[in-house]
Design a protein around this ligand. Structure first.
Ligand SMILES: [Zn+2]
Length: 497
């Protein structure tokens, strides 16, 4: 059997500046056989597809693999360019028996609030109603009617931070092979739950409500599901149909699929008040606590500027608080600011610069900071993830500089790189484990690696477009009522089904 495999992933934050095709180069943009060459054996959905297809003796036809760092919606040009490559590839692939698509599920483009839904709809139109289309998504996907209508099945990650990309790809591919071999008829039910919750609480490696919820999907497998997913949607999507989504797939049993979906949806709703219960400190409060501690590092999450959540990573709010605190212990902080990186390169290592830094792209939310600093390193930098989630994947940081302000070390990048892995600092000679304060711009993913070295983790209340004070962001297009905007909302999953 001949199976199309493709990936087109980006997590959009509708409050963030637009994403272009060039932004995909920060992770990868591959076509044809390069998809297999570069992604085989990595922790990716594509690698999961390949494992199963190979084991079952089916032919994988690689179309494209496009993955960009989280950011604003795709420009109309970027969306058209990428999707046309995908559609024309499928049209010219000859007779095909199945499609495996790795999407994010929370991608938006200018003019298309449900970009993933539109992609599945178009692929369905091209391949026809008889060809199965199995889709994988990030668990932060926003499930919509259009996605459900056009996909045969949708499977989501079951971990957060996400470490099960390959397994998710394998789950989808196994269901496809069951159909192709005539041994299975996966039957999907779904339900929306009118709630949105902060991202920093969405971690599953510590006990708590969120872990309980993800464990529920695994326990559904023991109660008759062949696949199930809790889509706990990322909150920075000012679009219609925003909310949690539950999906359960059974072996040819729609009533059981509906019953189990209702149970999963009810579990989501019951946990809602705990899932929004977070405590955030101001940067100065957090710095005061950290500097009094005898042991470090205290890892502070400037989550409102989270690069994994679509923010540009260019807020200097925490840097400003650090400069004001005049710390006598080592502090590591980063700001994405290509102009300052260029300035540092032009004056060279050892020179002093006085400049305004930050808020070049997030100026509607943040303000720049005036600094005087010494350039102690300058050059083009990259690192590879050592975390389980994207292990081995190369991350481009562009032209960078390390600036010294007393005990503060400022890593200035030109690209909004993920800050979740200690390698982000180590690759420029800065060691997080011996610092007193380490600032990351991440809600959940950083806890996977920093938990082992942090003496304490503090979530900050800072300005930015990926704030976890979601009810304070300027939403205008979401459907209401929606929790937590409407705290008195009554919902019963069993009745809603
Ligand atoms: Zn995610």
């Amino acid at each position: 059997m001949r199976v199309i495999i493709a990936e087109l992933k980006q997590e959009s934050n509708t409050f963030a500046p637009l994403t272009t095709v060039e932004d995909f180069n920060g992770f990868h943009l591959l076509y044809g056989h390069d998809v297999i060459e570069k992604l085989q054996g990595t922790n990716s959905e594509i690698a999961g597809f390949l494992n199963v297809l190979k084991a079952k003796g089916h032919e994988a036809i690689p179309m494209m693999a496009a993955f960009a760092v989280s950011g604003g919606p795709l420009t109309a040009e970027a969306y058209k360019f990428l999707t046309e490559r995908l559609y024309s590839g499928i049209r010219s692939a000859g007779k095909i028996d199945g499609v495996l698509l790795a999407l994010h599920g929370a991608m938006v483009s200018v003019g298309e609030s449900d970009a993933d839904g539109a992609i599945i709809e178009k692929v369905r139109e091209i391949v026809g109603s008889d060809v199965p289309i199995m889709v994988t998504m990030d668990l932060h996907a926003n499930i919509t009617k259009k996605k459900i209508k056009n996909a045969t099945t949708i499977s989501g990650f079951r971990t957060c931070p996400h470490i099960d990309l390959i397994e998710t790809g394998e789950r989808a591919a196994r269901m496809l092979c069951g159909i192709l071999e005539g041994t299975s008829n996966p039957t999907m039910a779904w339900q929306k739950v009118p709630m949105v919750t902060p991202a920093c609480k969405q971690i599953d490696f510590k006990p708590g409500s969120y872990r309980d919820l993800l464990q529920e999907t695994i326990s559904l497998d023991l109660r008759g599901a062949i696949d199930s997913s809790a889509f706990t949607v990322q909150p920075w999507l000012d679009i219609p149909e925003l909310g949690y989504g539950a999906i359960v797939i059974t072996e040819n049993n729609l009533s059981l699929a509906k019953e189990l979906t209702s149970q999963l949806a009810q579990k989501m709703w019951e946990l809602r008040s705990d899932l929004i219960d977070i405590s955030l400190l101001t940067p100065s409060q957090a710095i005061e606590i950290a500097l009094k501690k005898s042991s470090g590092p205290v890892v502070m999450s400037d989550l409102a500027d989270g690069t994994g959540a679509g923010s540009p990573g260019d807020s200097s709010a925490v840097l400003a608080a650090l400069v004001a605190a005049k710390p006598n212990k080592r502090c590591l902080v980063s700001v994405c600011d290509p102009e300052v990186a260029l300035l540092a390169a032009s004056v060279g290592v050892g020179a002093e610069i006085s400049t305004s830094i930050g808020a070049k792209r997030s100026f509607e939310f943040c303000t720049p900071t005036q600094i005087t600093a010494t350039v102690i390193r300058s050059g083009v930098e990259h690192f590879r993830f050592t975390q389980k989630g994207y292990n081995g994947m190369r991350v481009e940081m562009g032209l960078c500089a390390v600036l010294e302000i007393g005990e503060i070390r400022v890593l200035v990048t030109s690209l909004p790189a993920f800050t979740t892995d200690p390698e982000f600092y180590r690759c420029v000679g800065l060691e997080p484990s011996t610092a007193q304060i380490v600032v990351v711009k991440s809600h959940a993913q950083f806890q996977d690696s920093y938990d082992a070295i942090a003496s304490e983790i503090i979530f900050l209340d800072t300005p930015g477009m990926s704030s976890d004070n979601v009810a304070e962001l300027p939403f205008t297009k979401i459907d209401r009522p929606l929790y937590p905007w409407d705290l008195d909302l009554v919902f019963d999953a069993r009745v809603a089904l």
